[in-house]
Write a protein that binds this ligand. Structure first.
Ligand code: TYD
Ligand code: MG
Length: 463
């Protein structure tokens, strides 16, 4: 073996995008972020042999050989239920054998609770190992007891050293491992402090390798930092099969689990939970929980039907338009994209003749959820108009549609399904793009006003 390969090599990874650079620089050459590069040590193959070779659980290492793809057993077949329907839905129909799933979220949002509940269920049928680096075993057991979870099949380990964890895994042969949290993991082969990007990355990489070699499913729990990324290791997103984010508004008991990346299912699939006395309860029919629930229609509010993943969801968009003391009035969007709001306000001016350039405009999606669809364009503008005029939309009205730069209202996918969902929840009137309106007479459940131009929509909303 060449002498150079015995030495460990260093590289600089960007905490934002995970790009690797040979030398340190102030700005990441890939994503342009500043001060995000940190040094990592890339171990050489001989410096630290892979777990397989060291522990011998996989027998002797075989040289990879070419195989006909049809002879390879597809791991897609082997899915197990987590015992929690909403969790399965976000995973794309259950947990895939050998999958590595990163579950991210703010501290205290309920990640440990969710995984403990799921593991307690899964351990009924499959040997499972819960590795805790944050809480003591007594704390984990105490929580399981309080939640009344079945504990007989579930093994737990309080350990943070990845080598020890893998040794235990080799001995106990679990089919599912939870590492809570990935930020506490560290490997002996690096000198960097636990929690540093290089430690987290290398420890996670070891677990990923172990998962792939043994077909063990691994959940990595990761805390999200204040500025939104999973602390340090955005780099992890590239290594794992699925990235799920657990989100929720402080003060609200509802929690949303969202697939951000998923090799085995649809992204943007939502699972909805409610945190209560007895842990997390799934909310299997969440379509109306994000409505503010007021009995009368308020100015500045418009209900829309978004389609997150594979099911429609009613959400309320609220706007507050208020005369601004600033020369450069504020445009604040919570749960929506800020730039899109600025663009929509320009369209409102140019094609609707409505000026907001001297107004602060705040837009919020109720319930702390994020809407990424362009279907929100029309409801945003109707909510803005309603707040500006201090006049509520007609009772029981919904709207959805994309607004184009030339003032046209464009249809969006699955229009009829959305209308049906709204009708089920008692909505009587819908303002939608012409292409989304059912053929005349085909839809009796509600009055559907088909609009082609923004001006038509504004007129319909003013009635
Ligand atoms: P936890 O799962 O520890 O969060 P994370 O692992 O994401 O940091 O959840 C902790 C919060 O959940 C804590 O604020 C208390 C609350 N909680 C309940 O309200 N009910 C419960 O049954 C449990 C277990 C936790
Ligand atoms: Mg936790």
């Amino acid at each position: 073996m060449a002498k150079a390969s015995l030495k460990s090599r260093t590289a600089y990874v960007c905490a934002e995008c995970g790009a690797e650079h040979n030398k340190w620089q102030g700005q990441c050459g890939e994503c342009g972020a500043w001060n995000t590069l940190s040094e990592i040590v890339l171990e050489s193959a001989s410096a630290a042999p892979p777990a397989a070779r060291r522990s011998g659980w996989a027998g002797k290492l075989e040289t990879p050989k070419i195989t006909a793809l049809k002879d390879v057993r597809s791991s897609e077949e082997a899915r197990v239920s987590t015992g929690i329907g909403e969790f399965d839905r976000v995973l794309g129909g259950g947990l895939v054998e050998g999958a590595v799933v990163l579950v991210g979220g703010d501290p205290g949002i309920g990640k440990s609770t969710l995984l403990l509940q799921a593991m307690a269920q899964m351990s009924q049928t499959l040997p499972s190992l819960y590795v805790t680096g944050e809480e003591s075993l007594a704390q984990v057991a105490g929580r399981a007891l309080r939640l009344g979870l079945p504990m007989d099949g579930l093994q737990a380990l309080a350990e943070t050293g990845i080598e020890k964890i893998l040794d235990h895994a080799v001995a106990a042969q679990p089919k599912i491992i939870v590492a809570d949290s990935v930020q506490t993991l560290w490997t002996e082969s690096l000198t960097a402090a636990p929690g540093s990007v290089s430690q987290v990355r290398e420890s996670a990489a070891r677990l990923v390798r172990y998962a792939k070699e043994t077909g063990t499913a691994v959940f990595l729990i990761g805390h999200v930092t204040k500025d939104g990324g999973i602390a340090g290791p955005r780099v992890l997103e590239h290594m794992v099969d699925a990235v799920l984010y657990f989100e929720g508004e402080s003060g609200s008991r509802f929690r949303v689990l969202r697939a951000f990346k998923n090799r085995f299912g649809a992204v943007n699939e939502l699972g909805v939970f409610a945190m209560g006395e007895k842990g997390l309860k799934e909310v299997p029919n969440p379509s109306a929980i994000f409505l503010s629930g007021g009995s009368t229609q308020q100015p500045g509010s418009c209900v829309m039907v978004t389609r997150e993943g594979t099911r429609p969801l009613l959400v309320e968009v609220q706007a507050l338009v208020d005369s601004s003391p600033l020369s450069n009035p504020r445009r604040v969007a919570v749960g929506l994209e800020q730039n899109r709001l600025a663009m929509l306000l320009a369209v409102l001016h140019r094609h609707g003749g409505i000026v907001t350039s001297d107004q602060d405009v705040f837009v919020n999606v109720v319930g702390g959820i994020r809407v990424q669809e362009t279907a929100a364009d029309l409801p945003v503008l109707l909510a803005v108009l309603s707040s500006l005029r201090d006049k509520p939309l007609a009772e029981k009205t919904i709207a959805f549609g994309e607004v184009g730069l030339s003032g046209e209202i464009r249809p969006i996918p699955n229009g009829e399904e959305r209308l049906r969902e709204a009708a089920t929840h008692g909505f009587k009137r819908a303002i939608v793009a012409k292409g989304n309106a059912p053929k005349s007479g085909a839809f009796k459940a509600m009055e559907v006003i088909a609009v082609e131009r923004l001006s038509d929509a504004l007129e319909a909303a003013s009635e």
